[in-house]
Design a protein around this ligand. Sequence first.
Ligand code: KG4
Ligand code: ZN
Length: 383
Amino acid sequence: MTFVLGIESSCDETAAAVVDAALRVRSNVVASQDDLHSEYGGVVPEIASRAHLERILPVVHKAIGDAGIGLGDITAVAAGVRPGLIGSLLVGASAAKGFAWGRMLPFFAVDHVAAHLFAGLLQTTDAEAGAAHGAAHGAAPGSASGPASGDDGLFPAIGLVVSGGHTSLFRLASATECALVGRTIDDAVGEAMDKAAVMLGLGHPGGPNLERCAAGGNAQALRFALPSLPSPLDFSLSGLKTKLLYEVRGVPRGRGAQASFERSSADLSDERRRDLAASFQHAAIAQVIDRLSRAADHEPARALFVGGGVVANQSLRVALGAWSTARGMRLVVPERRFCVDNAAMIAGYAQLRRRQGDAGDDLSTPTEPVSILARGMAPKRVQ
Ligand code: KG4
Ligand code: ZN
């Protein structure tokens, strides 16, 4: 059995995991930094990279220990090398490279967006799932499938990544051949949800707080139009944000830093806050489903691969499940804990590349702020 050690440190989670050749997650450790950043209302890059430095070795040791193996059992090492905060990426990538070099193992430089896309192929073992506290299992109710047991018969597929940094649609010919066909022209869905949460007076982390607040709210209380863009598969979230801002605080007098508002979020009643959160969440999900329908109408596909932190949102999971069932497509959706940033998806993607005979990357592979999948619309072989 081959074991890949994966390391992920692109933003504010320090994570390490061990995944075997059957894509079974043998261990999955995530040290969150939410507590360090919450007082600033967002991630502070310098604080994030320092915290990664302190946590990386204990997290890696715990991942190997939890997997019930020794250092000598690791067959290859993978790290997320792009996209992300450079100072943060450097810590995880350097640790992985050092490990690979010291033990003369292959090193896989993994694109974080590609790893999100295929996290739905990860399998869990009872031992690991039992060790994970509060893990939610399986696909959304109504979805066409849970984690797929292999990647046969799933291509061609549509890929969707909705995270804090990305909202992108792909045509997938295989797990390593992706073409970007649509993307947000402004904010990512997760970023917009985080900002909507701030506007509504809900704290960091915004996405999960918005979801909690939206529960029980009336999603029809505020109607948002679907944006109409020159490129039919592109997304836009900034109009939704502006509409929400004006609804919460009134139309501002003046512009930019000089703008003054007539109200604040503290003036909202709890009921109105719930209604606005539900309406905003509903509008963001409606846009995702609309773009998926356009993509599937344009070119039929066998499966839909989804990933990224926003896919942890239960309303989105239900909508994706209903959509793929109606279209007769397989839905390959990660467990909620594998939607948000984690290292199992990094190790899992390296295993997918190994399956295709890929021997890994040079240790000189740099860390970079932008995903290879975000560069231009031409089909790409992804590494
Ligand atoms: O994939 P991820 O962990 O990091 C990036 O690669 O960006 O995604 C983080 C994003 C954040 O914007 C966060 O608010 C959002 O995912 N998110 C959620 C939920 N959980 C995380 N958004 C809506 N509902 C959630 N339950
Ligand atoms: Zn991510």
